[in-house]
Every structure is written in C-alpha cells, then in structure tokens.
Design a protein. Structure first.
Length: 88
C-alpha cells in the first residue's frame, strides 16, 4: 500500500490496540466541577480568536493611517474591507 499500512500491519495494530484498551484510561474531566470547567474551553478559545482578530484590525487601521500621513495611498481600501467582514 502507498501509505505503508498493509492488511497484516493493520490487523496487528488493531489487535495491539484492543489489548491496550486505551479507552479505559482516557483523560478528561470526571467530576461535575471538572466538566463544568472544561465546557468553558470553547468559549475561551473563541474569545481569544476574537481578540486576535480585533488586534489585527487595529494594526491594519494604524498602518493605513500611517500611509496616508506619509502621503502614500493605500493599495486597498482596508476600512471598506473591514466593514464588510466585521461580524465578530
């Protein structure tokens, strides 16, 4: 096979995994408090992404203003692009 997984290798790996039973030692929250805390992970990641996008927007606006201040015309109308994409 192109990816190196022959039928024999697959069968051997499958048998090893069934013997190891990794699902019995899976990690993750076990208590109600732990589950409540881990349920917030998605929101934290979204908040961090939104903050990063907002920081990038501010940097683009600042760069555009600096170009205008120096008498150069920006290659793109960043403000119009940002206005169209501001859905976060």
């Amino acid at each position: 096979m192109a990816n190196g997984w022959t039928p024999e290798r697959k069968a051997r790996q499958s048998a090893l995994i069934r013997a190891w039973k990794p699902w019995e030692r899976s990690t993750g929250p076990k208590t109600a408090a732990g589950k409540a805390e881990s349920s917030k992970n998605r929101q934290r990641a979204l908040d961090a992404a939104r903050q990063e996008i907002e920081s990038a927007r501010k940097a683009l606006v600042l760069a555009e203003r600096n170009l205008e201040r120096l008498g150069q015309k920006p290659r793109h109308d960043l403000m119009a692009i940002l206005a169209m994409t501001k859905h976060f």
